[in-house]
Design a protein around this ligand. Sequence first.
Ligand SMILES: Cc1cc2nc3c(=O)[nH]c(=O)nc-3n(C[C@H](O)[C@H](O)[C@H](O)COP(=O)(O)OP(=O)(O)OC[C@H]3O[C@@H](n4cnc5c(N)ncnc54)[C@H](O)[C@@H]3O)c2cc1C
Length: 459
Amino acid sequence: MDTIEADYLVIGAGATAMAFVDTLVSETTATVVIVDRNHAPGGHWNTAYPFVRLHQPSAYYGVNSRPLGSDTIDQSGWNAGYYELASGAEVCAYFDAVMQQHLLPTGRVSYFPMSEYLGDRRFRTLGGQEFTVTVRRRIVDSTYIGVVVPSMRKPAYAVAAGVDCIPPNDLPKVREARDEYVIVGAGKTAMDACLWLLRHGIAPQRLTWIKPRDSWLLDRANVQPGALFAKRMAADVAAQLKAVELASSVEDLFDRLAASGCLLRIDESIEPTMFRCAIVSQGELTQLRRIENVVRMGHVTAIAPGRIELDGGSVSTHPTALYIDCTADGLGSRDVVTVFDGEVITLQMVRTCQPAFSAAAIAHVEAAYDDDTTRNAFCRPVPYPHVPLDWLRMMLAYNSNQLHWFTDPEMMSWLDGARLNILSHAKSAVSERVRQKIAGALRPVLQSTNEKLEALLAS
Ligand SMILES: Cc1cc2nc3c(=O)[nH]c(=O)nc-3n(C[C@H](O)[C@H](O)[C@H](O)COP(=O)(O)OP(=O)(O)OC[C@H]3O[C@@H](n4cnc5c(N)ncnc54)[C@H](O)[C@@H]3O)c2cc1C
């Protein structure tokens, strides 16, 4: 057993770990050991399907020190008019460049890919060498969400011999057209698989979409960076706050959010029971609405040739149908934990739907403040969303963080300069004086919004 020493031991080299280490290394003189079981940085982006793209603009994803993409507005396709979305390959190449060209050249970061963290500060490399890390400051756990994509595991339902059931990773390898394509799952991965099939000319009548649940979605038009979209984003935030203020119940709140375009759904006649921060453009939504053969009979329990068994009954399919398994739970479902807790930092979100920004913010707070009580006051964890009520829980926690950030000019100035902060891209549109005025006006609104959210959650 070899021993190495470092200030920080970071478990994982996915997006959150990379964003954390990038900021930590930029703002301190700390040394870091990063241990990851993958062969390259980027976490689950290394195993995602080949046609995956960010569903948010590249402009504010990745790490703070390096731009991702070229800030181009797409001119064609279903994202036309909005900022570019990096492909999975671009995201992986980006994190590789961050590691090779920024982190490792500092001489303060040691990276151990293909290495398994065994707990208790120990890890084992692929070659079998075991290390113990003497950690001077903290262990940073970036594995909290436990992202699982379909290619990482077998489907949870039985698949009979003779049935073609593939993860979305294998979709581009299928060269012969099928009479029927059955997409199993209702999340963003399933939407991506549907859009991929439609983009390649498969008629919507040949798609069967098994949706155990429907989801509330975010409109990509409302999460665009930069001056061009600043008014639209401000109008969306104002509409969300207004909806909370006027809501007479949780149901009424979601009706208002839907009516004002803050939340979208594919089928407007269905009340969604899921919310996962998935983002779509109106162009994608139009395409998804072309799929009429939607099966809402619960989860799939088994697939046999020509037949699908579900919780709520069975459905006949074409005997040569191709099944695309999109059922993995992208974001795990652990309860929130304290971010700064003794010798451990557990990376979680501190801003709604923004894991990379959040990890960088946590690193900055670790570097800039002296004690964990202060640090935790800046970083109240925002829960990962699963059900619609989580929209309220997320807003409540994020508003609390924002109110705390307003109290500290140093934190506000860090936020202004952080490329992972969507709001920093609107700089040219808003002067410092106006920004302070907005913060002053927002403070009482956020306070009363939080009181109302607490009342709605308790009702
Ligand atoms: C299809 C898809 C699209 C998405 N699009 C966006 C988007 O547009 N914007 C956005 O903000 N988010 C998006 N997300 C959310 C995404 O999950 C996060 O942005 C981010 O990539 C999560 O990174 P992570 O570091 O938390 O987790 P991971 O990527 O899972 O990284 C964790 C790392 O820890 C390693 N690890 C775990 N246990 C061990 C161990 N015992 N020993 C060694 N290593 C270990 C794993 O190998 C992995 O590399 C998307 C998610 C999916 C699935």
